[in-house]
Ligand binder design. Structure first.
Ligand SMILES: CC(C)(COP(=O)(O)OP(=O)(O)OC[C@H]1O[C@@H](n2cnc3c(N)ncnc32)[C@H](O)[C@@H]1OP(=O)(O)O)[C@@H](O)C(=O)NCCC(=O)NCCS
Length: 183
C-alpha cells in the first residue's frame, strides 16, 4: 500500500519480508544515538536481527520511501508478552495472555520523525491486527518518561498508563491499549 506523508512524500507500507533484512540492518545502522537509546527491542547487528525473526512470534511492518529505496519506519509486533517483563506487568493486576496480548515497539528514521509516518504505519498495523485474536497491546519495555513525543503518540491512540518503573536509572511508564476498542 502506498500512502503520502504530511509533506507529500510517498511511502510504501508492508509486512517485513525476510529479503528485506539487509535493508533493515541498514536502517538500524543509521539511527541516531538519541533514537537508539529509546528503541532497543533487539541488537542491531545482522545476526541478531536474523535470529530475532526466526522466532515465529515476531513480525514487523515497515514503511519504505518510494523515491529512495530505504526503510524509513519499523514497527515490531510480538505475539504475547516479554517473559522478563511479566512480573512487573502482573504487579499492575494484569492477567497476561500469550494468545490475546501482543507487544509493540515502534521506530521512525530520524529525518522522518514527526512527518506523519508513525500515524500512517500504526493505522495499518491496527487494521491488520483487527482480524487477529489480539485484545491488548503492551509497550515493549515501556516508554521513557522523558520521551514526550512517543507518550503523545501513544496517548493519541488510546494507550493508558499502567505504572512507573526505573531501568538502569532511567524512568519509564508501562502503557497498554485495548485493541477491540479501536473502531
Ligand atoms: C515516537 C514515534 C514512533 C512517532 O512517530 P512519528 O512518525 O514521529 O509521529 P507522527 O509524525 O506520525 O505523529 C503522530 C503523533 O505523534 C505525536 N507527535 C509526533 N511528533 C511530535 C512532536 N514533535 N511533539 C509532540 N508530539 C508529537 C503526536 O501525537 C502526533 O499526532 P498528530 O499527527 O495528530 O499531531 C517516532 O517519533 C520515533 O520513532 N521516535 C524515536 C524512537 C522512539 O521514541 N520510539 C518509541 C520507543 S517507546
Amino acid at each position: 500500500m502506498t500512502v503520502q506523508t504530511k509533506d507529500h512524500k510517498s511511502v510504501s507500507i508492508s509486512l517485513l519480508a525476510i529479503d528485506k533484512l539487509p535493508a533493515l540492518v541498514n536502517y538500524l545502522d543509521k539511527l541516531s544515538q538519541a533514537t537508539r537509546r529509546r528503541f532497543e527491542p533487539h541488537s542491531f547487528d545482522s545476526q541478531s536481527v536474523t535470529n530475532f525473526y526466526q522466532d515465529a512470534n515476531h513480525r514487523a511492518y515497515i514503511a519504505e520511501s518510494v523515491d529512495e529505496p530505504e526503510i524509513v519506519a519499523y514497527f515490531i509486533i510480538k505475539r504475547g508478552f516479554l517473559p522478563k517483563e511479566a512480573e512487573r506487568l502482573e504487579s499492575y493486576g494484569l492477567q497476561l495472555s500469550a494468545e490475546t496480548d501482543c507487544t509493540f515497539a515502534p521506530s521512525v528514521a530520524d529525518a522522518w520523525q514527526s512527518s506523519g509516518v508513525g500515524n500512517l504505519l500504526f493505522r495499518m498495523v491496527l487494521n491488520e491486527l483487527q482480524t487477529e485474536p489480539f485484545e491488548r497491546m503492551i509497550l515493549w519495555g515501556g516508554v521513557q518518561s522523558s520521551n514526550e513525543r512517543a507518550i503523545r503518540f501513544y496517548e493519541k491512540y488510546g494507550f493508558r498508563e499502567l505504572g512507573y518503573f526505573e531501568h538502569n536509572g532511567i524512568g519509564n511508564y508501562d502503557m497498554i491499549k485495548e485493541l477491540k476498542a479501536f473502531a
